[in-house]
Design a protein around this ligand. Structure first.
Ligand SMILES: [Zn+2]
Length: 342
């Protein structure tokens, strides 16, 4: 089968197109014909060597696909089913991986890092990390590729860890990016008042179209404006999709007792934190590590019902296009998600 393989760490030319053996399934594994493989900012971090991926490896952890083969012990799937996957493989026999915590389980193997991922025509995964989608509805089968990594993570941030209540104000940073545009939509689906911040004047209209109640276009600072549009209090919760470059402004903006949900970080270097302000305002800064099966299920439902409309463009399984997608993500120029459709 055709695949894009990570041959080492470095610039985009470590991604190479190869003809490799199609995987053969074990007893508890399912072979998916890839319908969509989302390209994530994480993939660029993996490529640069920050995630200690095994080399060579087929990258890509955001997968939806059709079941074409199954091992003898697979339960709950039939050939032809459309399925979406978690982005890691947990051990269901480990008590630490118990319900709702499988994302932080110690022994997890990450798809596209420790095991081969979906920059390929086929990918194999154990059946317990998959969710059956059924009728995809108005969304294309490839639209479900990022249900775990994007929509599921947002559900974990908003509901599971963030405990949002209807009518609260949320601030979304990086609102025109691949995660941000969906953070706006999920926020609205949960009944929140959404304040979106972006540095791109051109993309502000799009963010508005996704349902944001107010959009702040900023150069260096947005905290003051964010407080102004939230009745002077500041947002109750921040969905921080950018990390380092925006965190200080998020801490300055957030309401007393507010929560800052760290979903993404574009800068792997250590960051300065405003510890005094975090104490004075009793801010909670919480890390969000992707999603669990329950959140993946909710994500699929939000997409299928049309309450969240995945926003993405597709590219082919071609090394040139994949390298260019990595460049776009790293430059911060991306709008919505980029999905490989083999
Ligand atoms: Zn991802």
């Amino acid at each position: 089968m055709k695949a894009i393989v990570l041959k080492g760490f470095g610039d985009v030319d470590v991604l190479v197109e190869e003809d490799v053996e199609a995987p053969t399934v074990g007893d508890e594994e399912v072979l998916l014909k890839v319908a969509g493989c989302g390209i994530c900012y994480r993939d660029t971090i993996v490529r640069r060597g920050f995630m200690k991926a095994r080399i060579p490896v087929i990258p890509g952890h955001e997968v939806s696909g059709f079941v074409v083969e199954m091992g003898g012990s697979v339960r709950g799937f039939s050939r032809g089913d459309l399925a979406a996957s978690l982005i890691y493989i947990f051990n269901p026999g480990d008590p630490e991986c118990g319900l709702g915590r499988e994302n932080t389980c110690r022994g997890n193997r990450w798809v596209g890092e420790d095991v081969n991922g979906c920059y390929a025509e086929y990918v194999k995964l154990p059946y317990w990390v998959l969710t059956r989608i059924g009728d995809p509805g108005e969304a294309g089968p490839e639209a479900y590729s990022f249900s775990a990594c994007v929509i599921g993570t947002l559900i974990r941030a908003y509901k599971t860890l963030g405990g949002v209540r209807e009518g609260e104000y949320v601030l979304v940073t990086g609102a025109s990016g691949g995660v941000g545009l969906h953070a706006v939509q999920v926020g609205k689906a949960l009944g929140l008042r959404v304040v979106a911040v972006t540095r791109s004047e051109d993309k502000a209209r799009l963010v508005e179209k996704m349902g944001a109640d107010s959009v702040i276009v900023y150069r260096d600072r947005f905290a003051e404006e964010a407080r102004r549009v939230t009745d002077g209090r500041g947002p109750d919760i921040v969905i921080e999709t950018v990390g380092g470059p925006t965190l200080e402004q998020s801490i300055r903006a957030v309401n007393r007792g507010g929560r800052i949900m760290l979903i993404g970080n574009v800068d792997p270097k250590p960051q300065q934190l405003l510890l005094g302000l975090i104490i004075l305002k009793e801010v909670k800064v919480l890390g969000v590590l992707n999603s669990t099966l329950r959140e993946l299920g909710e994500a699929v439902e939000l997409i299928r019902s049309g309450r969240v409309k995945p926003f993405y463009k597709t590219i082919g399984l071609e090394v040139g296009e994949v390298r260019e997608a990595h460049r776009i993500l790293e430059s911060g120029r991306s709008t919505g998600r980029i999905v490989i459709k083999p």
